[in-house]
Write a protein that binds this ligand. Structure first.
Ligand code: GDP
Ligand code: MG
Length: 757
């Protein structure tokens, strides 16, 4: 019987009761489907290869006509591209939230990824996936020489000894530990120039990459441990579990490996195929608020945008009110708008940490009136309800009100990885690890289904292409058919451009209001940021690092500080919802661009059908026109998707580039009162730029991006439709006698496609 532990409301439980099935059977079902999709893909590929054997001679003709080139390019891209994609799931959470422990439980490998109890832990990204390889493999990517030089320069900002009266803070100590790890004791007393010339005290592989390969999980885990475990725990030489029988040289080698940690950019781990996690799913362990290292921080931003699903991971004891969760949720919402994310999940970890007595006292109930087990389940239920509502409220402010994500019923999961292994208080089902696995598989299955369907559809359209090529001679008076369609399409594309312009105009008012509020709030927002360092004596260094990094700095004390985003935020607050409406993919409303596109495509297809019927165009040719239109529209959607990110980021990037010379100047400030002087310089610079219409310029920049999207859309459509019509109405007679027969291949693809319905 499938357990629905702690499921919210009666629904999930009711469904589980009505539909008794074993968890295993459900999984089998999905596995079968996934296998089915894989089989379809491999058959389709084989089919394409056979076809290639038959038609490749056409592509090697002395003179390849334009239209044939169109055919060839399409074919080659189909043959080479994989039908499947990766489902990236980002586990997004602060150090110590329980990400690694959760991943180990999901993978059913208790001691696989190193788990760390302290808050100071390597914050590099770890990516985990399964593959057909029978080995357990890890690739550790290091910073390039140039990247390390850049990092070094910035570490020196944190180290500056002036003004610091021998006092150290967390950021500074961290910097010292990095230098010592790479250059040895006393490195922090050398100058930047000296260190640039110095030979590192450790061996850095010239490939800047370390590959580990083992037959057993435990072996890999042991090898990997020194690289990603918490080496930075404030002690000179960290403890490590070197076995008693390890030789001296082995110990020496491991100790040296451990010292590479400041150079690690990210780590990729692959496990052999598992029953629990399907191939194609990639988990990415993403540190909560970014990273002080520039490379890692940029990767941090990119990875978030690449995820199909983002899980915000929070310790049960810090579920409410933690600032990082706000940052993470905001980033996740941004990823839904500008990136590939279509799912946000909130995972509360360590639910076993329940103090029953306190809980009962809190609730005004008698001591002993409830078991720990029941208290945990009750608490989980209430957490789901409360947190779920809070997150929805937050998302509602930034996403269109009827987005699919807002309709999700299971937004919050309450898990205990510890009890998953121990099962003292909770049953395995109640730890919700398996429910999360179900969630993973469903996400992946859904994505895979859509991808394979699209792929098979593309192949079918290709066969239609070939049909058009073969069907000869052309029916009716083709020049006039083609001219009529050309003309119609051109007019419709112009109309689409105008309609898209109207859709984009919806941004005008929110942008205007946003700029107004940014003008009003910039000073206060900066004060708030600076106030965080009020009681910190090393804050001048934080500020300096902030300037060196062009306004963005991830501190170990203050989390993520980002002046540019802070200044832009009031504008984003105004535009987020309308922006989301314009680019929404589901439930189109009048406000959405997709509606304009759909209307365009419907009208075009109607016209093709009408002209086709009127002029007795063969079905083959007509079908080709209709299906190729779908393909062109899909390509257009992809183009829009890419541009969307550029548009959204344009505000903050422009602000950063306007302020960039000011940051450079501020970074040079030193001597007495550095802290006050940097603050004043920044206040003054921002004030100056605001007076010179910085926010208005950002607004104009965004509008110009919208405008160029409009232009690019119409240009692309004009080109694609013109190619397509030329192809459809080309006289092919010359080649016809040389064309192969490929009915069998087509039938196979058709039946495969139908099996997907
Ligand atoms: N009680 C309890 N402790 C947990 C659980 N999951 C993780 N922890 C502890 O939380 C600490 C941080 O875990 P870790 O997985 O390293 O967090 P990460 O930094 O987010 O990867 C470790 O001491 C874990 O033992 C859990 O489910 N229950
Ligand atoms: Mg971890």
């Amino acid at each position: 019987m499938a357990e629905a532990p702690g499921a919210e409301g009666g629904n999930a439980e009711d469904i589980a009761r009505k539909r008794p099935r074993t968890h295993q059977a459900f999984q089998d079902d999905e596995q079968r489907l996934l296998k089915h999709y894989e089989k379809i893909e491999s058959k389709a590929k084989k089919n394409l290869n056979t076809l290639y054997g038959k038609i490749s001679f056409l592509f090697q003709l002395d003179e390849v006509p334009d239209q044939l080139r169109y055919l060839r390019d399409r074919f080659v891209s189909l043959k080479e591209k994989s039908a499947f994609g990766l489902t990236r799931i980002g586990l997004f959470g602060s150090t110590g939230a329980g990400k690694s422990t959760l991943l180990n439980a999901l993978l059913d490998k208790r001691f696989f990824l190193p788990v760390s109890g302290t808050r100071t832990c390597t914050s590099c990204q770890v990516q985990i996936s399964t593959s057909r390889n029978k080995y357990y493999e890890a690739n550790i990517f290091l910073l390039s020489e140039e990247e390390w030089r850049d990092e070094l320069r910035y570490l020196f900002v944190l180290l500056e000894s002036e003004n610091n009266n021998g006092e150290k803070d967390d950021d500074m100590e961290h910097a010292i530990r990095k230098l010592r790890a790479v250059y040895g004791e006393g490195a922090e007393r050398k100058s930047y120039q000296e260190l640039l010339r110095a030979k590192p005290a450790i061996t850095i592989p010239s490939s800047r990459r370390i590959t580990l390969k083992k037959a057993e999980a435990e072996e890999l885990s042991k090898e990997l441990d020194p690289y990603i475990r918490n080496q930075d725990n404030g002690e000179e030489d960290s403890e490590m579990d070197v076995e008693m029988d390890s030789s001296d040289s082995e110990m020496e080698r491991r100790r040296e490996n451990m010292r590479l940690w400041p150079l690690i950019k990210h780590v990729e781990v692959t496990l052999p195929v598992s029953d629990l996690i399907p191939e194609g799913v990639v988990f990415v362990d993403i540190p909560g608020t970014g990273d002080s290292n520039k490379e890692r921080d940029e990767m941090w931003k990119e990875s978030i945008l690449e995820c199909s699903s983002i899980w915000v991971i929070a310790d049960v004891e810090r579920v409410f009110g933690a600032k990082e969760h706000e940052i993470m949720l905001r980033e996740a919402i941004k990823a839904c708008q500008a990136g590939k994310c279509s799912d946000i999940t909130f995972v509360v970890t360590k639910t076993d940490k329940m103090n029953t007595e306190e809980y009962l006292r809190d609730k005004g109930r008698a001591e002993g009136s409830m078991s720990t087990h029941d208290a945990i389940l009750e608490c989980n239920k209430s957490l789901k309800r409360r947190k779920g509502r809070a997150i929805k409220d937050r998302m509602q402010k930034h996403l269109p009100s009827d987005s699919e994500i807002l309709q999700k019923s299971d937004l919050v999961y309450t898990v205990s990885a510890k009890e998953y292994w121990r099962t003292e208080t909770l049953s395995i089902g109640e730890t919700e690890i398996s429910v999360l696995r179900d969630h993973v598989r469903k996400l992946h299955l859904n994505m895979t289904k859509n991808l394979i369907r699209d792929y098979m559809k593309d192949i079918l359209v290709f066969f239609n292409f070939m049909d058009v090529y073969i069907c000869t001679p052309l029916e009716g008076d083709q020049p006039s058919q083609k001219d009529e369609l050309d003309e119609y399409v051109r007019t419709k594309i112009q109309e689409l451009g105008t309609a898209a312009g109207h859709v984009f105009d919806q941004m005008d008012l929110p942008l205007l209001n946003g700029v107004r509020s940014a003008r009003k709030l910039h000073k206060k927002n900066m004060e708030n940021l600076f106030n965080q360092g009020k009681n910190s004596r090393g804050f001048h260094k934080t500020l300096k690092a902030l300037c060196v990094r062009k306004g963005v700095f991830v501190s170990r004390i203050f989390n993520r500080l980002d002046i540019n985003s802070l200044l832009a935020q009031p504008i984003y607050d105004h535009i987020d919802a309308p922006f989301g409406s314009i680019f929404r993919k589901q439930r189109h409303t009048k406000a959405s661009l997709q509606l304009v596109i759909d209307e365009f495509s419907t009208e075009i297809k109607k016209k093709f059908t009408e002209v086709g019927r009127r002029t007795n165009l063969s079905n083959v040719r007509l079908n080709f026109l209709l299906q190729e239109t779908d393909i062109i529209m899909k390509a257009l959607e992809r183009q829009i998707f890419l541009k969307k990110k550029t548009i959204l980021e344009s505000l903050v990037l422009l602000i950063q580039s306007i302020l960039s010379p000011h940051y450079d100047e501020a970074a040079k400030i030193c001597g007495k009162q550095t802290c006050e002087n940097i603050k004043n310089k920044l206040y003054q610079s921002v004030e100056e730029e605001v007076a010179q219409n910085m926010f208005e310029k950002a607004k104009e920049k965004m509008k110009s991006h919208f405008n160029s999207l409009k232009v690019e859309m119409t240009m692309k459509l004009e080109k694609d439709f013109s190619n397509m019509l030329s192809f459809a109405f080309s006289p092919w007679d010359r080649m016809c006698d040389r064309l192969p027969v490929f009915d069998q291949e087509r039938q196979e693809i058709e039946s495969l496609y139908n099996s997907l319905q």
